[in-house]
Design a protein around this ligand. Structure first.
Ligand SMILES: [Zn+2]
Length: 385
């Protein structure tokens, strides 16, 4: 048996009163976060010691008793304790050099968000129940699976409310087969090129939407500050951002799922995403989508009992002739090239995909699904996705 963690996200339709309560609670949560961060900072400056979660939780009980901050008692206690825990996690990530120093949360830029470790439940296809609030209208478009380990209720930039359940799901073990293998080269011109020769171009809708977004952003920058028109323009920009990210996610989900269904073992280059995103072409679909695609491929493969083999990014997949294995000097512009050693003509991307497949097979034979580069970089392989 294997246990996977998956999120289930559903649209919420809180009533006006419920929205007011949620916004109030989110405000309380933000207040507690900022208060705790301030306590931690002053405590550290005074004593040089870390203020623990336990101490803070005790201090929070005290804070609620004081008349000035008695409004915190109107809020359910769980999201407030969770705020302290989240801050603790942020500090852990910071000390492990995985994240920046935790920041104070501003009312203006932080979306309203609340996390409940327990108590939020699905009632039926149209309803969830929330502690202290009761039933809330929702659209449960697919059934919840496994055991819910907490829920987050939040509002996005367009004003829509969502609930996200984190679930632990037990799945039976599958013996991975290795009958159908594929190598994938990812790039800018062709988003993916399979070793079978199949190329998939980045979707066309992306560019069109980028143009609309640019237009909306120009309108926003011209609108007068504090005006109603500015508010409207801001909403429009947020809606367009949301639309673009929805379309991108939808396209990527379908593309990743098709590959995972079609093949048992997927060999793919472990690209330096950050390095790529710094280039001039950072606006392109591929750059924005690549890391998400890798993550989706990994998750879907795990779900379907398939294997993903990551081939090191220093492996010369483009320059090596897959037929005679000689290395050649190539320019980025060389889409088609002829090997000087064996005179075979290659499509650059297909040749790379075949090489990635070969390297993947070699790694599988050695008994690893991870090339040595990850270890050499000193990064935990699990964090590289
Ligand atoms: Zn050759």
């Amino acid at each position: 048996m294997r246990t996977l963690t998956r999120c289930f996200k559903y649209r919420l339709y809180p009533t006006t009163d419920q929205q007011t309560t949620l916004v109030q609670w989110a405000g309380c949560r933000r207040f507690v976060w900022n208060w705790a961060l301030h306590c931690k900072q002053t405590h550290y400056q005074a004593t040089g010691q870390r203020l623990s979660y336990q101490r803070l939780a005790a201090m929070l009980v005290d804070l609620k008793r004081q008349p000035k901050t008695a409004f915190l008692r109107d809020c359910h206690s769980q999201p407030l304790q969770q705020a302290l825990m989240d801050l603790e996690t942020s500090f852990t990530h910071f000390f492990a050099k995985r994240a920046k120093y935790p920041r104070f949360k501003s009312r203006k830029i932080t979306p309203h968000s609340l996390r409940f470790p327990q108590g939020v439940a699905v009632v039926d296809e149209r309803t969830i129940s929330v502690p202290k609030i009761g039933h809330m209208q929702a659209i449960i478009h697919r059934p919840l699976m496994g055991i819910a380990k907490g829920a987050t209720i939040k509002q996005d930039a367009t004003g829509a409310w969502w609930v996200i359940f984190v679930c632990h799901i037990d799945l039976p073990d599958v013996q991975p087969t290795a009958d159908r293998l594929v190598g994938i080269d990812v790039g800018l011109e062709s988003f993916t090129t399979l070793s079978t020769g199949e190329k998939t171009a980045p979707p066309k809708f992306y560019r069109r939407n980028q143009k609309n977004l640019a237009r909306a952003q120009r309108k926003l920058s011209r609108a007068q500050k504090g005006s109603n028109n500015r508010l409207k323009a801001k909403k429009r920009v947020a809606r367009l951002h949301k639309k673009i990210s929805n379309q991108r996610a939808d396209w990527l989900h379908k593309h990743a799922l098709r590959i995972v269904r079609q093949f048992d073992v997927v060999c793919i280059e472990d690209l330096n995403i950050k390095g790529l995103a710094r280039t001039k072409l950072a606006k392109s679909f591929s750059d924005a989508a690549l890391s998400t695609f890798m993550q989706m491929l990994h998750d879907k493969a795990e779900w379907h009992g398939r294997r993903v083999v990551k081939v090191g990014r220093f492996y010369a997949s483009s320059k090596t002739c897959h037929f005679c294995h000689s290395k050649n000097a190539l320019k980025l512009a060389d889409r088609v090239w002829t090997c000087p050693t064996c005179s075979m003509t290659h499509d650059r991307d297909i040749n790379a995909a075949i090489n990635i497949l070969y390297e993947g097979i070699r790694l599988l034979a050695v008994g690893t699904t991870e090339s040595q580069n990850a270890a050499r970089d000193g990064v935990n392989p699990a964090k590289r996705w």
